[in-house]
Write a protein that binds this ligand. Structure first.
Ligand code: EPU
Length: 420
């Protein structure tokens, strides 16, 4: 549990960590290397530890070296199974399906269940792998994919009702690197994390072009090799710090931040009256005037990221007027709405839309974290609210933010972690 005393004004410098959502599929890609791959800038998060445990159970050896690199030795993979026990704690575990299938000709991965942000089906992952020639069936809650004679390249359309799929694209992309012939993934996810994965795969010997575009072209190769690779900075963590500066009327210097990955976020921040000034390795974010209302629609990249919707809603809750937030990626991702209302926000949900009537102040309350980004939003609201907010179940925030209180407190936050 966090106890957060507010309101505070944040100022100072903070370094953005490596990206969680780039690291997870890149760790899975190490399966394809068949040797020791070493990754730089992988954040120290509980989701990364869970992914490490998942790979260990497959037969890999994982170690954090003294210099901070995370090394994965995939020389031996003798148990190509992603167990329910792990998958149920982290849905991203599904991204071992494609590389395991390509490497071993067989993979069993527990079918992920629903979660706090919605249903989250994996039909597009499965369909994509079937298009590459895999036989896929479901048994005892496990997805069993088989391709004893290898995979075959094909033109595949990966779009779904909510646009492209990030981990679905990652799975099919990884599988296609070792398929015979050429694969074209049309309507591929364009997220920087997918581009980072593709760059890593190319460094391992894959032949991928169209990186960063919705059409990925993969010429299959017979094998990949281990790699030394540094993951990109976390644009969602960076965006969360930006909102922290904005909501506290503060000024933060962000280091290790790629603004080019964050154009939609910066556009919305400027709309609400926040300044974002580029620097060599990052930017300075500040708010001096009132928070202006703004409309925000989440979309696949390069649109506004769903992973910053909750944090932005906390900011808009203090806007001078009405804002509208539309969630087009996960239409049920609104668990934070009722909690923010407990802090005297005025939010009204109508289907995939929330109408935000700005209030003059938020008032501290005991609130409950439901998922990673919702918990970040509650922490941000707690920084700005009057009084002592307690946020319960902060293990959610530890999944995606490295020691958040130890990084915010030197900037002026007053957050204490309490064991309950
Ligand atoms: N979808 C389908 N069928 C599929 C796969 C997805 O209909 O087979 C739908 C989903 O239900 C959703 C939309 O497509 O409506 C997009 O989902 P996507 O597959 O892109 O999500 P994901 O790959 O499972 C990643 C991130 C999420 C992030 C989303 C969207 C990782 C580990 N996770 O999930 O991050 O919200 O992309 O950008 O990369 C987070 O970090 O807090 C987080 C949830």
């Amino acid at each position: 549990m966090f106890r957060i005393e507010g309101p505070v004004r944040l100022s100072g410098s903070v370094r953005v960590s490596g990206s969680k959502n780039a690291s997870l599929p890149i760790m899975a890609a190490a399966i394809l290397g068949g040797g020791k791959s070493c990754l730089k800038a992988v954040p120290r998060l509980s989701d990364i530890s869970v992914c490490g445990e998942l790979l260990t159970r497959l037969g890999c050896k994982i170690a954090r070296e003294a210099d901070g690199r995370l090394c994965i030795d995939s020389t031996v993979i003798d148990n190509p199974v992603g167990e329910y026990e792990i998958v149920r704690t982290m849905r991203a575990s599904i991204c071992i399906l494609g590389p395991l299938l390509a490497r071993c000709g067989r993979a069993e991965v527990s079918m992920p269940g629903g979660c706090a942000i919605g249903d989250r089906p994996v039909n597009l992952h499965i369909r994509g792998l079937q298009e590459l020639g895999a036989q896929v069936h479901l048994k005892n809650g496990y997805i069993i994919a088989e391709a004893p004679n290898g995979l075959k390249g094909k033109d595949i359309f990966m779009g779904g009702p909510f646009g492209s799929t990030v981990l679905g694209t990652a799975n099919v992309l990884m599988a296609a690197t070792l398929a015979k012939g050429r694969t074209v993934i049309e309507s591929a996810a364009c997220e920087p994390e997918v581009a980072d994965l593709a760059d890593c795969l190319n460094k391992m010997g894959a032949k991928i072009t169209g990186i960063g575009s919705p059409r990925l072209i993969i010429e299959g190769v017979s094998q990949l090799h281990p790699v030394e690779f540094e993951v990109i900075p976390d644009r969602i963590e960076a965006g969360t710090f930006m909102v922290a500066a904005a909501i506290t009327a503060g000024e933060l210097r962000l280091q290790n931040c790629r603004l080019n990955d964050m154009m939609a976020v910066i556009d919305r921040l400027r709309e609400v009256g926040v300044t974002v000034d580029a620097e060599a390795d990052g930017c300075v974010v500040a708010r001096r005037g009132p928070i202006r209302p703004a409309d925000v629609t989440t979309q696949p990249y390069p649109g506004f990221p769903t992973d910053l919707q909750a944090q932005f809603m906390a900011l808009l809750a203090l806007g001078e007027g009405n804002s509208v937030v539309i969630e087009k990626v996960f239409p049920d991702r609104f668990m934070h709405v009722a909690e923010l209302n407990r802090m005297a926000a005025n939010l009204r949900k109508e289907g995939p839309t929330v109408i935000v009537a700005g209030v003059q102040k938020l008032i501290a309350a005991p609130v409950m974290a439901s998922d990673l980004r919702a918990s970040a939003a509650l922490v941000l609201a707690g920084l700005a609210a009057e009084g002592t907010t307690t946020v319960d179940r902060v293990y959610h925030i530890d999944r995606g933010y490295e020691k958040i209180e130890e990084r915010l407190n030197p900037l002026g936050a007053k957050i204490t972690r309490q064991n309950v």
